[in-house]
Structure formats: structure tokens, C-alpha cells
Design a protein around this ligand. Sequence first.
Ligand SMILES: C[S@@+](CC[C@H](N)C(=O)[O-])C[C@H]1O[C@@H](n2cnc3c(N)ncnc32)[C@H](O)[C@@H]1O
Length: 515
Amino acid sequence: MFSLITSSEDELSAAIPQGIVVANDADNRRCYMLTHQAKRLQSPAIIITNHDAAFMPNIHHTRKDGSVGPIKFDRILCDVPCSGDGTMRKNFDVWTKWNPVNGANLHGLQLRIARRGLEMLTVGGRLVYSTCSLNPLENEAIIQRLLVEADGSVQLVNVSDQLPGLKFVPGLEDWILMNREMEMIKSVEEIPVKNTNLFNKHLFPPSPEIREKLKLGRCVRILPHHQDTGGFFVAVLEKVKPLPGEKVYTEKDQEVEKIQSATNTQRIKQPPKKKRRQGFREEPYYYFEADEVVWPGIDSFYGIRKEVDAGLFLSRTKQGKKRNIYFTNSLIKDIVAVNQDHIKIINTGVKVLVRSDNKGAPCDFRLAQDGSQVLLPLITQRKITVTRNDLVIMLQNDDMEMPPEIVTLDPKTQEQCTDLCTGAIAFLYKGDDVTIELVGWKGNKSVRAYVAKNDRIHYLRLLGADTSKYEKNKFAEQRDLEAKNSSEPDLSVVDESVKSNNENEESMEDNSSGV
Ligand SMILES: C[S@@+](CC[C@H](N)C(=O)[O-])C[C@H]1O[C@@H](n2cnc3c(N)ncnc32)[C@H](O)[C@@H]1O
């Protein structure tokens, strides 16, 4: 009997979170590293973007009433570029490059990034500002400036009891500036003429009158010697009301906007704006439409749950055969549609299916381990429960030529296989303390788990099974190789002599032809 494992509603909503995370970096290469790291999260709710955060464009979404407007974020982390002097213990070059003005040079960029973050934050939302520097010009001076500019709309949150056991010291309320020549500058009046471009009044500590109000002591300074770490600075800011001059969108605005846009459309019949070609290097995102040709095959083979919107699956190729199929939540789909001309999206979507036009399966796409956590709760077919021993057999036998035979598996597993035609399959194992879900293939007589070698060791360890087949002791291998070499005659000498003979022959030939 083939057992059908259905997922609960909770499982479905856990697999498809409704919110989004936008991860941004100005450095294109760092965005690809981010993409690689984020893949492990298997999240259908992450977008990786590539912008200067100081000028981060608004990310628009479609509101409930159908109008389009900027998203305001509940949480923002500004882990800003900094001098990195807190990392001195591991980055030795910081010692040679450090000077007291590094911090002053970065202050402007750090401020602009954090300021833009506050603009993009919703009222009631929190922004964390962090650096791996201990220079107050990169830290408290930024927070001070944000708080002063915000004029009571932003507050520093006291987080001292949030991480019991963490050792830290409170933020500074007083500090002294220093120029490259190590001259101390205690006030604006003391700024030497040669440094007027470098220092300004905002870099100095708060005056005694406002010190009390700002509560800079609520910032967190993590010192390297306290718990054997790097040095870090963290401040948590909460937006308690709109920033001075910030417009907050209300339902009334929606009405006005609708009326205005209706009148504008009637009045001005302008030619449609020329759409900027998706000018970014990345392949665009093509979400499945109602007539998507590959969908019926996938739907019937995997029994996609009827609550799942087929329009949330996408590919990166418009023409020709689709190679990989990805999945995102509906908010990401909306964001991609509304913003693709002005937001540089480097990556989004989790890979759930991979083309496998072969092996006589009725469906052209197999399950991808990359997105199994997302897809498996959405499908009702091609899932079987297996025993611990079944998994161990599959993980220890990855031989392409001789995959494990179905008859070697548990009788209940064999029974579930009987009713399944050839094709992709998911193996589900629930132990007392571990749950493992692997994707693979069921052939006529055998089964395979599609798991990379490193992951095989990981799963075998989780199952408490023998991993010796995959574990390599590099030192032992080197020793064996050296022992082998020392017991064999040194052929390299012979080779060299043969080579030199050959070379002589060649040069003789050359000479003869020259004559
Ligand atoms: C302290 S690191 C943050 C590292 C990040 N938390 C991570 O785990 O990858 C600062 C990052 O800011 C990026 N950066 C520098 N200037 C930027 C800017 N103007 N806008 C956005 N990112 C910037 C750098 O490329 C660097 O990756």
C-alpha cells in the first residue's frame, strides 16, 4: 500500500512565510556570497539586492486596495562598513593601517546609511546599528546625530537585560577627537585649520544639556578581552513616531490617490513611458502563468496541494527548456513585478525542481534537495516514510552503477515503493530526536538518495551510523603516499634522461633540417 502523507495547515504556512527579508550589499561580489549563504536557509521569502544603502531605493508593494506604495520595514539591521578596528586580534593588517582619522572619514557614509534605514522603518519598528569598531566617531557620534535629527521620533532602546550572560560596557557619553598627528581636539573651537574638512561639530560628544536626554549609555560596547571575542558596537533604535517631515500613508491618502490618478488619466493622455529594459545583468524572473506548459505534468505527478498557487513557481528562462524551477511567497512575487525596473535583484526564490528528462519517468522534473523543506509540505504524492536503516543503506551506497535495491529495504518501505512508478521521490524519516527528509529517485528495482558527499557524512552522523567510507584522514593519506613513493624507484631521474635524449634528438633534427 502506498501511504499518502498529508501536511497540516501549520506546516503549509511554516513552509511559506508571509513576510520578506531584503539583504542588500553595495558590493556585487558580496551579493553572490550572500546568495550562496542564504541558499542554506531554504527560504522562499528572501531577496538579495545590490544598491548603495545610503540611497536605497524604496521597495514598492501592492497595497490591499490595489494601489502601489513603498514598503516600510518592521526590522532593519545596518551592519555598516567601518574601520574594523575591533577585529584587530584576527586582522593583523588593521594594526599597520590604523590611524585616528579613519573613523572620521567613515562617519558620513555610516550616517547616511543609518538615516536611510530610519526612513525605511515603520513606526513601532526597530533598527539595529552595528559596527566592528570601537571608535566613538563611527558609533556613539552616529547615534547621537540620528537621535538629534529625529527630534524625539526615535529612541535608544535599553537592551541590557536581553542577553543574560553577555559581558559588555555601556556606550560612551564623552570622547575626544584626535587628528592624524595625534593632537587632541576637545571642542569645535579647537579644530585646527588644516582639519576643518575632516572634523565638524557633529563629531563631538553631546553637550551636558542634551546628554541626559540621549541616553547614549544604552548603546552596547563588546570588548575583546571580556569574553575572548572581537570588539563590537551595537545600538537598538525604535521609531516611536514619524520622522520630522516624514509622510505617513493613511487610508484617507489611498482614497485621494485613487481619485487623483483617475482624474490624471482622464486629463493627460500621454504616451506610455518607455519601459527601461530590465537593465540588470541577472536573468529576469518569469513566474508561471495560467497556460504554463510544464505545470500540468508537475501538478499531477507530485499532487500539489490545491491551496498552493501555481503562479508562485518561476523560472529564469523565457524561451527554451526550463532547467530549474524556483518558488517564492506571494509578497516576493508582487515585489518582483512592481520593482524589477528600479531594484537590482541579484537573487530570490528557492530552487525546488530540476529538469531530468530521462529515465522513463512521467514527469520531466525531479525534486531538488535545495528546496525540499519548502516543496515537500506542498506535495501530497511521491513521499514515503522510511526507517533509519533504510536511510543508512541509501546514504552508505551512493554508487551510480549499483544503487541499493528496493528488496534490501524495510518491508513497509518496499510496500510503499510497489505502487510508485519510476521517478523522483522523497524519503521521510522521523526518529525520536531527529527528522530527516531527503529527495532521491525510485527506479524499477532500486532507490537512490540525491545527497552530496559532504551532506551524506552529516546525515550519517545524525543517524549515529558508520561514516568511515566518506571520512578521509588527509594526514594518513599523505603518509601513505610518502611511504609508497619511498619504496618505489625514482622514475623522475629516468624520465629526465629520456626527456633530455628526446630534446637532443629534436635539436639534431632541427639542425639537420636547417642544413
Ligand atoms: C561590516 S560588513 C557587513 C557584513 C554583513 N553583515 C555580512 O555578514 O555579510 C559591511 C558591508 O557593507 C558593504 N558596503 C559598503 N558600502 C556600502 C554601501 N554604501 N551600501 C551598502 N553596502 C555597503 C560592504 O561591501 C560590506 O559587505
